[in-house]
Design a protein around this ligand. Structure first.
Ligand SMILES: Cc1cc2nc3c(=O)[nH]c(=O)nc-3n(C[C@H](O)[C@H](O)[C@H](O)COP(=O)(O)OP(=O)(O)OC[C@H]3O[C@@H](n4cnc5c(N)ncnc54)[C@H](O)[C@@H]3O)c2cc1C
Length: 453
């Protein structure tokens, strides 16, 4: 029996394995998924996890629960030796080991792009994983509690300042949701004045949200600014040392929270350690049928999809264009990839991937959103409702849909939970100190990721 090895159980990998499980006959092939995480992250929910509108666990789709006929291997693939049909796996514990396969599917996604800005590595946090969204939320909630106990002054101002770097999809959604959370939170703190909130979105280009056209993009800027957010266009963060933000425009301010959302970089595990072809961006070279290689030189038994692959975009007007890295493509590519593998196993015909965009939809905070499909633009509350409707239908499995919907309905009745559980990071503290809290000098108040953990 052949072994189909899927590297990465995120969007594309999860859907590939799920479809293979459903369509393969029991004696036809064995499916193995390797991923360091036991779940697929439903990334479009992360901005709402950050705002407390979606429960963190509900954005994590358990692989074991849904992939019942697949063998799950916890670990990271650190090298792919396709010539010998073998990968090296680093498990959570113990030494690396080799795993043999007959067919490989590379769906390891991308990583957050880093730039060499002083201080960012120490101070900033990304927004690609559940733990990051939870930490951002806890950080803001804790900052409010700390600020409420302080007199007006620089430390209090810093605690109430948040900065997002990168005005793409995830940056704008995260910024809008966090702003919305902060504004509803401040009403519960009579010690704080809403005017003290200082939220910055920094974007190097002259516009945000490149997925929508100029006019709706400008409307999003105005809408965020009307709500008190400060959008810095044509501005780059040049330093974040010690949480002191310096912009290329000359503006400077202290920020307790710095969220880094400048986009994707190629997954280094895939890019640097494989004999499979990668392009100049570090993405796997893929044909339109999702087989790795070029039309002239297809690589046998090797497939890829999602954010780690340069998939030709047959629906684009520009020749040579590749599909943009988003979930809309990753899901559909994953499903087609499974169908193509089965077609090949059975001597059938493989099909090329072609998908015409369904449009762009983004949340900008509770009750606010933007949708664009070609020249149709919907703004505000209706777009937000469409965003929720679309994603509750898109999250895999009925069990997830019901859980997410239940949280939305209870929040509509009672509001969101506003308690920071940052203390779960130190579960033994109360036991060890016997309930004693050490006195902190103002200088000892930590900033940066140390305070996030
Ligand atoms: C905050 C945010 C909001 C978004 N919102 C939207 C949206 O509204 N609409 C939309 O279309 N798209 C959205 N996206 C983009 C979308 O989520 C991604 O394009 C999609 O997840 C890509 O799927 P993928 O399978 O390629 O990668 P991923 O879903 O990232 O999965 C990659 C998997 O590979 C695993 N992995 C990584 N390295 C290794 C390794 N070496 N070995 C084994 N496993 C490995 C990872 O643990 C992960 O499980 C959003 C992204 C973010 C960050």
């Amino acid at each position: 029996m052949r072994t189909i090895l899927v590297v990465g159980g995120g969007y594309a990998g999860f859907y590939t394995a799920w479809k293979l499980e459903k369509k393969l006959r029991r004696d036809e092939a064995r499916v193995v998924v390797v991923d360091p995480r036991p779940y697929m992250t439903y990334q479009p929910f992360l901005p709402e996890v950050l705002a407390g509108s979606v429960e963190a666990r509900h954005a994590a789709v358990s692989l074991r629960r849904h992939l019942r006929r697949t063998t799950l291997v916890p670990g990271s693939v650190t090298a792919v030796d396709h010539a010998h049909r073998s990968v090296t796996v680093q498990p959570p514990d113990g030494p690396r080991f080799a795993l043999a396969y007959d067919v490989i599917v590379l769906t390891a996604g991308a990583v957050t792009r880093k730039l060499a800005v002083p201080g960012v590595a120490d101070e900033a946090i990304g927004m690609k994983h559940v733990e990051e969204a939870v930490a951002i939320r806890d950080r803001l909630l804790t900052a409010f509690d700390r600020a409420a106990a302080l007199p007006a002054g620089p430390l209090r101002r810093r605690l109430l300042t948040a900065t997002f770097v990168g005005g793409g999809f995830s940056g704008v959604e995260g910024f809008g949701e966090l702003l919305s959370l902060a504004q509803s939170l401040v009403r519960r703190y009579p010690e704080l004045d809403p005017a003290e909130l200082d939220f910055h979105l920094v974007e190097a280009r002259d516009r945000i949200l490149p997925e929508v056209t100029d006019k709706p993009g400008a409307w999003v800027v105005r809408s965020l600014e009307r709500r008190g957010g400060r959008v810095h266009l044509n501005a780059q963060m040049v330093s974040a040392k010690g949480g002191h933000v310096v912009l290329s425009t000359g503006e400077e301010f202290d920020s307790d929270l710095i969220v880094w959302t400048v986009g994707n970089a190629a997954n280094p595990g895939v890019r640097n350690h494989t004999d499979l072809p990668v392009d100049e961006r570090g993405l796997i070279v893929v044909r339109a049928d999702l087989r790795i290689g070029t039309d002239a030189e297809p690589v046998p038994d090797a497939w890829a999809a999602g954010d780690d692959a340069a998939v030709p975009d047959l629906a684009a007007a520009t020749p040579g264009a590749t599909t943009v890295p988003n979930a809309q493509h990753a899901v559909r590519q994953g499903k087609l990839l499974a169908r193509n593998i089965i077609a090949e196993l059975r001597g059938g015909r493989v099909r090329p991937y072609e998908h015409h965009s369904l449009g762009t939809i983004a949340t900008l905070g509770l009750g606010r959103g933007i949708f664009q499909y070609k020249r149709i633009v919907i703004k505000g509350f209706p777009a937000w409702l469409m965003h929720r409707g679309y994603h509750v239908l898109a999250v895999p499995s009925w069990e997830r849909k019901v859980r997410v919907l239940a949280v939305w309905l209870t929040a509509a009745l009672f509001g969101r939970d506003i308690v920071s559980l940052v203390s779960v990071q130190h579960p033994r503290q109360a036991f060890v100190t016997g309930g004693q809290t050490a006195e902190k000098s103002p200088e000892a108040v930590t900033t940066g990721p140390a305070a996030l953990s």
